[in-house]
Design a protein around this ligand. Sequence first.
Ligand code: DGL
Length: 258
Amino acid sequence: MSGPILIFDSGVGGLSVVPPLRRHLPDAALVYACDNAMMPYGTRPDDWLVARILAVCEAAVAASGCCVLVVACNTASTLALDALRAHLKVPVVGTVPAIKPAAAMSASRHIGLLATSATVARPYTDRLIEAFAADCRVTRVAADPLVREAERFLAGDEPDQAIIDTVTAPLWASADLDTVVLGCTHFPLLGERLIAASPRPIRLIDSGEAIARRTAEVAGDPTPRTGRDQGLATAPDARLARALARFDFDEPRLLIVG
Ligand code: DGL
């Protein structure tokens, strides 16, 4: 199947996956689609979210003519991957918290999961922990305010370090926690701020590389990149345009959701 690679998230979080995607697929055209009209997703009810994610992804797949959909959102993937795969004709690559590599790397067997309230509580997350980190203690921290900080940061504002410090504080309460899973694609965008919040050296793990590797395997025949990539949004505005421009995307066009 030919076409660009479509990346989807509620907001700008999926942009954290763009650098690894461009490393693995340097010649492929990308389209970035976000549902910023309805962001954040992490505090929304599941039923509403499944219907909304299906509607937005269907519209974005049709508008982009993509060869593969990368759901660069843990909150969406841990809930709606099966439904998306059942509804869409293109291959779908999901993003789930990197519990498996984190457990493999942790020397102390105590890892943290920093994600949205939806993702930390999902049965999908329970199953990941059971399957890959059964011998680890896992400290789950719901960190929804960091989604907003990442959005502000990419739009050109200074993130509020006091908010980052407060939200991440439960991770530092046990001195033996040595590895933190960034289970929301917005959070790698705040990487240096998260390191600054940690009172001791800590390993941060996200899913970007794994997603890019998987996308390269299933992408088929991506359209070649010619200049800046395209953006689509349910509420295009100047702040989003600034964030997208940092990653070499054009000003976003309106994505109409049926
Ligand atoms: N970037 C999304 C994720 O990976 C969620 C952000 C939101 O709450 O909308 O979970």
